[in-house]
Design a binder for this molecule. Structure first.
Ligand SMILES: Nc1ncnc2c1ncn2[C@@H]1O[C@H](COP(=O)(O)OP(=O)(O)O)[C@@H](O)[C@H]1O
Ligand SMILES: [Mg+2]
Length: 370
């Protein structure tokens, strides 16, 4: 090998490890499979992901007619290359949109293709990108599950609202005031539940789309915790149910105060509603003194060890969770909000039994600095 560095590396040629550049073929860094054929349909690039997805070694593929290497067919069993006739067809074609195609073994792939043509419109290069379809299929299944869960969650309170209002309208004079009051209270609570569910779903969709907007400002975290506790006490909870401890000195914390309230409010509410005994909240500097750590623990039954992996998932509710009127979205949202701050949240068994949720958030910086 001569000492001269090529000033331009042809696609597919291995890049030398010298001169500070990473070794290997950059095409191998792609998460998608890539196959490139030259003007005579011979394979010139067959990257690592393509090898992984097809199980065909690169040595076998390179230099061979790509139609023999990648015999893709559609769901009806038609040979895709025959349908496409990439080197004949219209010389104005530049690309083919994504399609689901199959390898002979039945492997499902999402395939897109693009042409590079010379001035006469002849194919110079034909590139095919391959993507694992299993992941997409799983996502679609999850979405379908989500839609049916949401539909179900909305239907049950609405069924009750409809039932009670219809009964009251039809038989108004047959009930006494107390009975009417009970029914109206149920209707009121169910309407609140629908509203809460919709608010939470909007948060979920913002988290999933990565559209949470952060508005950071200096936040006095212990003060936020005191506010959340005061709110619960004002709403009728006994004051001695809560214990609050602020340990050590926190750095200046740049957080989104509304989101912090939501996180703290959710964790404290869970501790009160799903837990039991005293709810203890501790705010302290994190292990590296670069942020804050907050833990909320109670003395109830805690989270069963086999459910620890699942508590932060959408719509997960423990035994009795449904009866307590929850949606199972709270902790999913809490996790999303903590992560939007660059933090992490975990759950474990509290020292004296019960659940202990602990999250850490870095001190952060003003929005204009990030
Ligand atoms: N402090 C806690 N103690 C025991 N179980 C809890 C606690 N916090 C949450 N859980 C369990 O986790 C589930 C999910 O919580 P969450 O996502 O907030 O939904 P929700 O409160 O609407 O049910 C709850 O239904 C409950 O079973
Ligand atoms: Mg909750």
């Amino acid at each position: 090998m001569g000492g001269e560095e090529p000033h331009r590396v042809a696609v597919g040629a291995p890049v030398s490890g010298a001169g500070g550049r990473p070794a290997g073929d950059p095409a191998d860094d792609l998460p998608d499979g890539l196959m490139v054929a030259d003007h005579e349909a011979r394979v010139v690039v067959f990257n690592a992901a393509a090898v992984r997805m097809t199980g065909i070694p690169a040595e076998t593929a390179l230099g061979t007619d790509f139609r023999d290497v990648l015999p893709l067919h559609d769901a009806e069993g038609r040979d895709w290359w025959k349908c496409l006739a990439p080197y004949e067809g219209l010389c104005t074609r530049t690309r083919h949109p994504e399609r689901v195609l199959f390898l002979p073994g039945g492997t499902e792939l999402l395939v897109t293709a693009a042409y590079r043509r010379d001035r006469q419109g002849r194919v110079e290069r034909f590139s095919v990108s391959l993507r694992d379809a299993a992941h997409r299929a799983r996502q679609e299944r999850d979405r379908a599950d989500l839609v049916s869960t949401v539909a179900h969650e909305l239907r049950s309170p609405l069924t009750s609202v409809k039932g009670f209002t219809a009964t009251l309208l039809a038989k108004w004079h047959r009930f006494n005031d107390d009975q009417k009051r009970v029914m109206l209270e149920t209707v009121n609570a169910d309407a609140d539940r629908v509203t809460r569910l919709i608010t939470e779903l909007l948060d979920v969709s913002r988290i999933e789309a990565g559209r949470l907007e952060m508005h950071r400002q200096v936040v006095d975290l212990p003060e936020e915790v005191r506010k959340v506790i005061a709110g619960r006490v004002a709403a009728g909870e006994a004051e001695d149910r809560f214990r609050f401890e602020a340990r050590g000195e926190l750095p200046e914390m740049w957080l989104d105060p509304d989101k912090m309230d939501q996180i703290l409010g959710n964790l404290v509410e869970n501790a009160v509603r799903h837990g039991a005994g005293t709810v203890t909240i501790v705010v302290e500097p994190d292990a590296h003194k670069e942020g804050a750590a907050v833990s909320v623990r109670d003395e109830g039954e805690g989270i069963p060890p086999e459910a620890v992996q699942r508590v932060f998932r959408q719509f997960w509710r423990g035994p009795g969770g449904n009866r307590r009127g929850g949606t199972g979205l709270g902790l999913y949202i809490v996790k999303g909000l903590v992560e939007a701050h660059g933090g992490v949240i975990t759950v474990r068994r509290a020292p004296g039994g019960g659940a202990e949720f602990r999250f850490t958030v870095p001190a952060g910086a003003p929005d204009y600095a990030t």
